[in-house]
Design a protein around this ligand. Structure first.
Ligand code: GCB
Length: 589
């Protein structure tokens, strides 16, 4: 009978997944890898969607395909002859059959490892996989991560052989308790969407490295920090910024951390002069470097200051989507986005509604474009659920860990249009506190709610953010253009206020009267009115949205499965009339 039970285990077991419930990999496992030399595992992987999750159910990761006598037994999957997929990539774009697939998929490949140094450590970095991901190396489950847009790290050292078989399962099924949750206005691309890389590190390595201007209004002090992955005390850490003549040695403390604040007179980073300095740190056998800009962003009363100069946020929102490869963009495409925004006269991009690739922040640093970054705490979430909170907080911290040295990132946003209920307020307060604790060098915000009955920004969250942001669509969802004026008349908050979304749908090339929905002329009129009613009354504006993007909730024939509020069409080239309205406004502002 026992034998029978064993034989039928995978088909009779409801609890098959229990054995795979290892703790989630979190920000605690993050490793500073910028500018380190990766060994890339990008390229062609084996792939199969696994609707019934049978690979996990039958534990095929470690199945040998042989019985006790060494005879071959039938298997339901042959890892060596799977369909092929490109990593990074989205399965939705691999084949029309997978366009709407939401569920589990299995990725597989082999790689060779040969040891270079005694004691070396091998860390695997997955740039992003949407949404829940598990990693098996040579049949052993090593890590599990949730959150589709931030990198995570797994140490492979103990389980490596000469020839290795790595299997990654990725599941993008939407769930009520996840972040984001069930309902959102963008496409749920699934897959390993950013690079997979190995890093070869010494036995004790630099796990974290931060360089920033101390935000004390003097513009003359730079803080440098490292943290080793082990609590080694008394190790000498050498910090260097050659161009500024800075060279400083500091000993690590009992937690393996070294920190110093040095006097300096850097040329400050701003949009006109995005000056970056090479910053280095060396400790024990390890060394790291980064290219860092030094700047100070601050609010005072209703104003926002960059390096002490009052600024207006000439923004635009943007999703991460390529013309035909889903979430996967090349650097050329990112530069195209930055250039289009620059050409429109922008000084800031709002990267909605989830962390975009870290490459965008690197390129924005170089291009002199400020960034607003956010996590997908979007619309309704399970705010009561402590696990949902931990997950959101972890996504925020992974994002902060990743982009902390990017001068371009000036605002962390913790949410978008969430209901003003107590559990949400507590949730958001927790996230804001986390941002402030881990990063005093940036501002915080969130898209707060407008009360359309009393016509004002009315959201308890406004008290806790540095910059009060709100989204409004007067002229579109509400047809009266003046609504935004009334809201501004009725709202008095002594903090910077920015409109993080406004706009109207328009099908590129569809022309007609200025009151006819979905025409370029109507979209143009909406923007003319927005400018008319908000100019001089707010500290920044972010039209929704730079490019049309795919969204399954947009089913009107004029939309055709796209959110058509782009100032530029999906082809990223065809500019609609409203683009020029914003261009004229921003260029002259
Ligand atoms: C919003 C959301 C954004 C939507 C937009 C729209 O308020 O924040 O994600 O895409 O409205 O087009 O309605």
């Amino acid at each position: 009978m026992d034998r029978m039970k064993d034989d039928y285990k995978d088909i009779l077991d409801f609890q098959f997944d229990k054995k795979n419930q290892i703790a989630f990999t979190t920000v605690q496992s993050c490793v500073y890898t910028d500018h380190r030399k990766p060994e890339s595992l990008d390229g062609v992987w084996g792939f199969t969607p696994d609707v019934f999750r049978s690979v996990t159910r039958k534990n095929l990761f470690s199945a040998s395909g042989k019985d006790e006598q060494g005879r071959e037994v039938p298997m339901d999957l042959d890892f060596s002859s799977m369909e092929k997929i490109q990593v990074p990539g989205c399965w939705n774009c691999l084949d029309d059959r997978y366009w709407l697939y939401e569920g589990e998929a299995v990725y597989s490949r082999t790689f060779v490892y040969s040891k270079e140094k005694e004691g070396e450590r091998i860390i695997l970095r997955v740039g992003a996989a949407n949404y829940e991901c598990r990693i098996w190396l040579n049949g052993t489950l090593l890590s599990r991560h949730q959150g589709g847009f931030t990198p995570f790290y797994t140490e492979l050292t103990q389980d490596l052989k000469e020839i290795n078989h790595i299997v990654i399962t990725v599941n993008n099924r939407r769930e009520p308790d996840q972040v984001p949750s069930m309902n959102y206005d963008w496409f749920n691309y699934g897959g390993i969407t950013r690079s997979v890389e190995l890093f070869r590190l010494p036995a004790v390595y630099i796990k974290d490295f931060t360089a920033s201007l101390v935000p004390d209004g003097t513009y003359g002090r730079i803080e440098l920090k490292i943290k080793l992955d082990a609590p080694v005390q008394g190790a000498c850490c050498h910090f260097k910024i050659e161009e500024l003549g800075i060279s400083r040695e500091v000993l690590t403390n009992e937690r393996g951390e070294a920190r110093c604040v040095v006097q300096a007179n850097p040329q400050l980073w701003d949009c006109e002069h995005p000056k970056l300095y090479e910053v280095q740190a060396r400790c024990l056998e390890d060394q790291v470097k980064d290219r860092v800009g030094f700047r100070e962003i601050r609010c005072d009363g209703k104003d926002i200051f960059l390096n002490g100069r009052k600024i207006y946020l000439k923004g635009v929102c943007c999703h991460e989507e390529s013309r035909n490869r889903g979430r996967i963009q090349t650097d050329e495409e990112r530069l195209e986005i930055l250039n289009t925004a620059k050409d429109m006269g922008c000084n800031i991009l709002r990267l909605t509604h989830y962390p975009h690739s870290e490459r965008m922040a690197v390129l924005a640093d170089q291009a002199g474009m400020m960034l607003w970054e956010e996590i997908p705490v979007y619309w309704a979430l399970d705010f009561e659920n402590p696990e949902t909170y931990s997950n959101a907080e972890n996504q925020m911290r992974e994002l902060m860990f990743r982009d902390k040295n990017r001068a371009s990132v000036v605002i962390w946003s913790v949410g978008n249009e969430n209901p003003d209920i107590q559990s949400r307020l507590d949730f958001m307060k927790g996230l804001l506190e986390t941002c402030r604790n881990y990063d005093p060098t940036r501002l915080t915000s969130a898209a707060c709610l407008v009360d359309v009955n009393t016509m004002c920004v009315k959201d308890r969250l406004a008290e806790f953010v540095d910059v009060v942001a709100f989204n409004e669509y007067y002229g579109w969802y509400y047809r009266d253009y003046e609504g935004v004026k009334v809201i501004l008349d009725n709202t008095s908050i002594d903090k910077p206020m920015v409109i993080t979304e406004t706009g109207a749908g328009a099908k590129a090339g569809h022309h007609g009267g200025a009151e006819e929905l979905f025409t370029e002329e109507h979209q143009e009129r909406v923007y003319e009115n927005q400018i008319r009613y908000t100019d001089g009354r707010i500290q920044g504006m972010f039209p929704w949205v730079l490019f049309d993007f795919i969204s399954p909730i947009r089913k009107h024939p004029m939309q055709g499965g796209k959110n058509s509020k782009g100032l530029v069409a999906m082809d990223k080239a065809t500019r609609k009339k409203a683009f020029y309205v914003m261009q004229e406004y921003y260029r002259n502002k």
